[in-house]
Write a protein that binds this ligand. Structure first.
Ligand SMILES: [Zn+2]
Ligand SMILES: [Zn+2]
Length: 98
């Protein structure tokens, strides 16, 4: 419904660029799994899950789901700055350089 639209989204000087970048990345990166889906379980344990980048087992509390590709990443595969995994961060940085 158009009246529910944030008035700021029509014209927001300065803040538009980053949002636009996010949408461009969303188009470019194919999600591996939907948001809210659980990570892969570690074969050797029932209480641990696997980082989908380096395949290191970790408890769910230590894994974060990437907002772009949907993969679960451990702390060493995670870019806190943009809330994405390191793989998507690589793509993101390419866009930032342009
Ligand atoms: Zn990892
Ligand atoms: Zn990602």
């Amino acid at each position: 419904m158009f009246w529910k639209r944030n008035p700021g989204s029509i014209k927001s000087p300065g803040a538009g660029g980053e949002k636009d970048l996010f949408f461009r990345l969303k188009r470019e990166i194919t999600p591996i799994r939907p948001q809210g889906d659980l990570p892969l379980r570690d074969q050797g344990s029932f209480s641990r899950y696997t980082c989908e980048l380096c395949t290191t087992p970790a408890p769910l509390a230590e894994l974060k789901q990437c907002v772009l590709c949907g993969r679960w990443a451990c702390s060493s595969c995670w870019t806190q700055e943009y809330y994405v995994c390191n793989a998507c961060n690589g793509v993101l940085r390419l866009h930032l350089l342009k």
